[in-house]
Every structure is written in structure tokens, then in C-alpha cells.
Design a protein around this ligand. Sequence first.
Ligand SMILES: [Zn+2]
Length: 164
Amino acid sequence: MGKTVFYYEDTVFCPYCKDDVFDGDSQDGDIKTVTCARCGGEFEYEIEVQYSYHIFGLKPGKKPKLNNPVKKKIVLENYEGKHIEEVDAEEVVIPGFEEIKLFLYINNWTWVVSEESTGMCVCSGNSRGDVKEKAERVLKHFGKEEAIKIIAQQPKISESAQVV
Ligand SMILES: [Zn+2]
């Protein structure tokens, strides 16, 4: 065995004489053994396929929009601690869970469901329908009594930090 040489490149060449090797049709993970046509050196190479994408916008998507927005408060937590923010929101009722006051708001392109008394996030998702479904799943998972109990155990938004 000769000296071990190792290259990680985007073209194939003989590691001994650096002659270029034509790499025909190949698939990710293929391993090929080559005898160099120029120097007679032998080597092996493994193909790693990498993709890149050119992206062209064809039609702008729709920014999510709330129906009849009202102001609600949410609690945000970061390294500085908790703070309250006022957001545009839409009231949402999950059938069977009418006692639990939930609202939707939009954070950038994401839909979020929060609970009113605590200002805490219940779930987030890609559309109004998506978050409503997730919120319903969360509530059904706990059941009404348990969900109400859990919410009651959390600090009330009125006891949280100042509005910024
Ligand atoms: Zn060679």
C-alpha cells in the first residue's frame, strides 16, 4: 500500500499527479476506484451530493390577518425575565371549553394561541385552523377540569411584570 492521501474537494483528481478525472453519472454515496490514466496511481473516491437552490418568487403569499382585532396582553419570557406586551388579538372559543378564555395573535407569520388570565402561550402554528386544532388537542388531552386547574395554578398576568 502506498501513502494515504486524503482530499475533500468539489472535483475529482488523481491525488498523486493531480490529473483531473471525469466523473460521469453518479449518486450520493457511490464509491469508485480509479487507476489514473496519466500516472497509474490508484485511488478511491466517495461521492457526496450537495444540493443548492435558486429560488424565484412567482406570487406573493398572504400575510396572516386577524378578524375583528382586540387588544390583549401576553407574557414574554427572556433572559431578562418576564415582561408583558400588548398585542392585536382575536378571541377564540374551543367548543366544550368555553370557560377557558383563549385568544389568537400573530407573531410575524406565525399564529399563536394564548390564555387570557395568564397571558401564556398555549401553542403556535401555521394557520388559524392549525393553531385552533392544536389548542383543542392540548385542552382535550388534559380535560376541562384539569385544564382549568392548571391555568389557575399559573401566575396571573396581573401579577406579572410591567407592560412595556
Ligand atoms: Zn495520476
